[in-house]
Structure formats: structure tokens, C-alpha cells
Design a protein around this ligand. Sequence first.
Ligand code: PLP
Length: 270
Amino acid sequence: MQDLAGRLGAKVDALEFEWGKPVEPEKVKEQLAKGPYSLVAIVHAETSTGVLNPVQAIGDLIKESGALYLVDCVTSLGGMPVTMDAWGADALYSGTQKCLSCPPGLAPLSFSDKALDKLKGRKNKVPNWYLDLSMIMNYWEGHTRAYHHTAPINMVYALYAAQRCVLDEGLAAVHARHREMHERLVRGLENMGLRMYVREEYRLPMLNAVTVPEGLDEAGVRSRLLREHAIEIGAGLGPMAGKIWRIGLMGHTARAANVDKVLSALAACM
Ligand SMILES: Cc1ncc(COP(=O)(O)O)c(C=O)c1O
């Protein structure tokens, strides 16, 4: 986000927090007081570490500041409640390939009236054709519909089918299944003597960060899992490289048979 915004000419102040810990609302409050800011951006479900960020608490702070609030829900949508309006979020984006279990390629988006007013009030053109929402809005719903791009119709059908699967099962049931499968995985890992990297109160259900035991060849275990069991788990990123494994339980894969399979395969490879 920081890189993207910087490339578009934004001046960005980034707040850094320890990997594996959530954003601290107090620090956000202090930073907001140094504003004004046009936009505050946060990741809801942090895929690099398995941390859930307090998007509601941050939203409450931003309401008073006048900034727009952008929330990345790439990993959360379809796996846990995403309540944009309650958070006071003005812009939200997600992906199709995580808890919606759809092929990658589209980014579901949503905007508040405040965000749309800001967009409509622009004095100059959006400096990126493909992300020019003023043109895309015309393409979607303009009175005189104007061409913007050729829609990836196969993807639109795929997303429609993926959403239908979620709604057939029921949104609340889908969220509960992610939570139950996460608990099943954590129980199994702890029975094997492994420890979760993230504290329980802000652990994500769909991305499970596991501390690699001291002295174990973590990359060797991952490659055996892939080679011998056709299971891929994620490596640690940045400062977590070599220290954690990241086990995804997203969408269709968040099922008891898969949890049991990864547990027994992991035990065999270790
Ligand atoms: C939280 C989060 N945001 C953004 C992205 C980027 O999504 P994409 O790869 O679809 O561009 C990812 C990808 O894994 C992610 O986990």
C-alpha cells in the first residue's frame, strides 16, 4: 500500500508495528493528531503474520479526523465478518482467490458515499487508466454507458459461482466453519508440541502462523510436504523468514479432512 500510494505521488507516513502484533489504536491516535491526513489505510487480516487488526477501533478514531478510511480485506472476505459500514470504512478491496475460493483475477471493491463524493469532486484525471473509477462507474452504471475495458466475463461468472457457494452454505455458517477448522488445527498442532506464533486474542482463523521448533530444517519440512504429500504451506516473510510456517485454511480448503491431512503429513515430515 505504501509503495502503491508513493508511486501515485502521495506523501506517506507509515506506522510500523512488531510483526505478529496488531496495530495499536493509541499510536494511530497520536499520529492522527499530527495530521490532517486525506486517507488512513490498514490491512484487516494480515496474511504475512496471521494477525487480526482492530479495524473497528481505528475506524472510530478516524471518524473524528475527517480522513477517508481504506481497509484491505483480501484475506478476510468470505472467512470472517467484514462489516464495512459499522467500521466507518470508505473504501474496501478484496481478492477472489482467498476465502471466496475463486480463481485469482478480480478485486471486489466497495466505496462509501463520502469516498464517491471525493472521487466526483476531482479537479484532474485519475493518473491511471485501469484504476480510474470515475470511468469505471460510467461503464457500470452511467446513464450514457461508456466503454472502459473488456470485462473478464469468465472471471465474473467464476465469482458469481463462488459467492453462490458461500450463500448456499450461509455466511454465518461459512465464518463458523473457518473458526472451527482453525481451532481443530491449533489443537492438533499443540498436541504435536508445536506453538502458535500469534496470541489467541488476535489470531486469524484463515492464516495460521506456527513457530518452527528450534533446530528444525523448516524449508526441508515444507519441501517434503509439497513433494510427498502435495501440500504447500507458506514460509515466513521478512523478519519472520525461517521462524514461522503459515498454514492457510481458506474457503473450500477449511475442512476437517484437510486439517487432519496437513497435521498427519506435517508430523511425518518433521
Ligand atoms: C492482505 C493482502 N493484501 C493484498 C494482497 C495482494 O493481493 P493480489 O495478490 O491479489 O494482488 C494479498 C495477497 O496475498 C494479501 O494477503
